[in-house]
Ligand binder design. Structure first.
Ligand SMILES: Cc1cc2nc3c(=O)[nH]c(=O)nc-3n(C[C@H](O)[C@H](O)[C@H](O)COP(=O)(O)O)c2cc1C
Ligand SMILES: [Fe+2]
Ligand SMILES: [Fe+2]
Length: 399
């Protein structure tokens, strides 16, 4: 017997926590786990919104039966998103409920058949189309590329619940608290930004388009596929996602360096100290060879100021910095103040490659690149002073 969690009298959270998987998408660290949220609407017709990852399928079906019993059938499964973290239990569901109608759009069904060979049970919906469950009505909002081409949101009109898919989601398992009024948000703010920046951030303009489609829709509860359910203050999560997808960041700076023997690291510490002396309090210094890319991207998204350092490594940047800058370019991070620096011994490479990165972004370079030959000398430290001063000036102009 499961203890069920209710969003309203007839809408249940039937998600699961995953504390075993080390890397989400086999890429992004899950030190704090993740939740795969699914929902059940217990009406004249029974509807599920998304499923869970396949290894929890049995527990998932148990949860469904603990609510509707073993005799009643599930009428609809709404598939807002086909990524396997949500579609993983579809096959088990179809085995359990062979008549279930799988609700999706044309793109959903293409992926459904490609992944699971499921060619039947399809119930295609178009934008703004509705399904009446008895006392609840589901309406579908097409929000492509948040996070895949087929992604859509489902709005329950009677109780004003937005089942938003990955949008408004977060890393971090749900450790007892499931609703926003039951948790300490300090933890989820970090995990939510990290999730946004790592997974959804590349599609920021599509998130903005999704917001346009949500205009005028009254939302009481935001129920995403990961992270807390927002019933107390749904505007909080909506406004954070709005800020992040508009590339609005905080007053502060992250300095990230790649350094083999410490010459570049010393410059990072020096610049950070100088910025602190100018009154900037949010400063983080990170070694790209130690801190995972996932956390670096999160901090770049967080702070307006970004200072990147690399020594020369076989005419290139240090590989971890190359990975970072390639990824930042790929996800199209925008709206930063930038400083670059590094160290070399013969023909250089690190600062040269960082400069090429800088030219490809629209980030504002606040000062000339600083490059030391070997250990930074007095003149190089003076150039570091100028970089620090320029960065602090820019940041201090923010309100
Ligand atoms: C494996 C390796 C490759 C290097 N490749 C270059 C290079 O291509 N060009 C250059 O000018 N210096 C190169 N260097 C020298 C370093 O960039 C230089 O010693 C620098 O001061 C190291 O700074 P760090 O202590 O921050 O790593 C290389 C050093 C190592 C160990
Ligand atoms: Fe996804
Ligand atoms: Fe997801």
């Amino acid at each position: 017997m499961h203890h069920t969690v209710q969003l309203t009298e007839s809408v249940h959270w039937i998600g699961v926590n995953d504390r075993k998987t080390r890397l989400f998408e086999n890429l992004w660290p899950l030190e704090n786990g993740i939740a795969y949220n699914s929902y059940l609407i217990d009406d004249d017709k029974v509807a599920l919104i998304d499923t869970v990852e396949h290894s929890s399928a049995e527990e998932y079906i148990d949860k469904i039966q603990s609510i509707i019993g073993s005799e009643r059938k599930v009428d609809y499964l709404v598939v807002n998103h086909m990524e396997p973290d949500h579609s993983g239990a579809i096959r088990a569901l179809v085995n359990q409920y062979p008549e279930i109608r799988i609700v999706g759009n044309q793109k959903t069904f293409k992926i459904l058949s490609a992944y699971y060979g499921l060619e039947s049970n399809h119930y295609g919906v178009k934008k703004e189309e509705e399904i009446d469950l008895g006392h609840h009505t589901l309406k579908f909002i097409m929000t492509p590329w948040v996070h895949w081409p087929e992604t859509m949101m489902t709005y329950e009109k009677t109780q004003k619940i937005l089942f938003s898919g990955d949008a408004f989601g977060s890393f971090g398992s749900l450790d007892g608290g499931i609703f926003d009024d039951e948790i300490n948000f300090d933890f989820y703010r970090e995990e939510m930004r990290r999730y946004f920046s790592n997974i959804v951030g590349k599609y920021s303009n599509m998130v903005q388009k999704a917001f346009k489609k949500l205009e005028g829709i009254d939302i009481n509860i935001v129920a995403a596929t990961h992270g807390p359910v927002w019933r107390h203050d749904p505007n909080r999560v909506l406004s954070l996602y709005d800020q992040w997808s508009r590339f609005e960041s905080e007053k502060g700076v992250v300095l990230i360096f790649g350094s083999m023997y410490g010459n570049t690291e010393k410059m990072a510490d020096y610049i950070a100290r100088r910025i602190a002396e100018k009154g900037i309090k949010n400063i983080r210094v990170r070694d790209a060879s130690k801190t995972h890319l996932s956390h670096l991207i999160n901090e770049v998204w967080r702070y307006r100021g970004v200072v990147l350092g690399s020594s020369a490594y076989n005419t290139q940047m240090v590989p971890t910095m190359e990975h970072l800058t390639n990824t930042l370019e790929h996800i199209g991070a925008k709206n930063h103040y930038l400083g670059i620096f590094g160290s070399f011994s013969w023909n250089g490479g690190g600062v040269k490659k960082l400069t090429e990165f800088a030219e490809k972004t629209d980030w504002e370079m606040v000062a000339e690149p600083v490059e030391a030959q070997g250990v930074a000398d007095q003149q190089t430290f003076e150039q570091c002073d100028q970089l620090a001063q320029a960065m602090a000036d820019k940041l201090n102009q923010m309100e």
